[in-house]
Design a protein around this ligand. Structure first.
Ligand code: APR
Length: 250
């Protein structure tokens, strides 16, 4: 459990900072019932990540979608609600304590908690929508899942008939340049990056806190397990993000 001294030290860094940016991972949504990837019981214990690589989607969109629909439904998005960590971050954004939330998460819970759209940078996209590979139009994920259930695979665009892709960044796929440029700019400009609920194991996103460090900023890590950046963080708070983050920002 995070020591009170460490929490106070982190609070002081946040209070003194001119710009605080939050960087979140799947660990901030587990308390909302959405499994993470590499923690205990995580998604990659039940699914093989190589089945969801971009190359696989391009080679076999039908087979990709049959498995992707099962994974998407296993997230339980329809029942997931923001938890105390999402709410504390949203309140901190409203108060101007946190400038923006850069998230690796694709569940949309930061927005649902009240962080305005332009203050959430989804570096891995969103599983709540699909994008047409032909015309670029975006559609709700539910329509694609219904198509898969009806045996219409791969799901096709209601506009141009093109193949739909989950609007998430797949392994082996480049991150959207404009989105990642913004995330890097936020990391460069922040005095404190608050990293919550991430194993920091997937690059280039995991390199964002290192940008803050390289500019002389501080990194505060709140996580249930050790990460590869703990040794370089100014403060490491070991504990549940839904408990520690509200205490830190409250
Ligand atoms: N409180 C604190 N820490 C938690 C909690 C919690 N309630 N729940 C889980 N964790 C921790 C886990 O112990 C783990 O260290 O959060 C971390 C989540 O790490 P990952 O599952 O690897 O998730 P993330 O870092 O977001 O993964 C990055 O990998 O598969 C890709 O695209 C996917 O965006 C994802 C990326």
């Amino acid at each position: 459990m995070a020591s009170q001294d460490a929490v106070e030290e982190a609070r002081a860094l946040v209070e003194e900072a001119k710009s605080v940016v939050a960087f979140t991972g799947a660990g901030v949504s587990t308390a909302s019932g959405i499994p993470d990837f590499r923690g205990e019981g995580g998604l990659w214990e039940r699914f093989d990540p190589s089945d969801f690589r971009y190359e696989r989607f391009l080679e076999d969109p039908a087979g990709f979608w049959e498995l992707r629909a099962v994974l998407t439904r296993s997230l339980g998005l329809e029942d997931a609600r923001p938890n105390a960590c999402h709410q504390a971050l949203a309140q901190a954004c409203k108060e101007g304590v946190v400038e923006a939330v850069v998230t690796q998460n694709i569940d949309g819970l930061h927005q649902e908690a009240g962080v305005s759209g332009e203050d959430v940078v989804e570096v891995h996209g969103s599983t709540r929508r699909t994008r047409c590979m032909g015309c670029g139009e975006r559609w709700p994920i539910e329509e694609a899942l219904e198509a898969v259930d009806a045996g219409r695979v791969p799901p096709s665009c209601g506009g141009c008939g093109g193949v739909l892709k989950p609007d998430v960044v797949l392994f082996g796929e480049r991150l959207p340049k404009d989105v990642f440029d913004r995330a890097q700019a936020l990391a460069r400009g922040s005095d404190v990056m608050l990293v919550a609920g991430s194993s920091l194991s997937v690059y280039p996103a995991a390199g964002l806190p290192e940008i803050t460090l390289s500019q002389g900023g501080d990194v505060v890590i709140v996580n249930g397990e050790a990460t590869g950046l703990d040794a370089r963080a100014s403060v490491v708070l070991r504990g549940r993000v839904e408990t520690v983050v509200p205490e830190l920002l409250g």
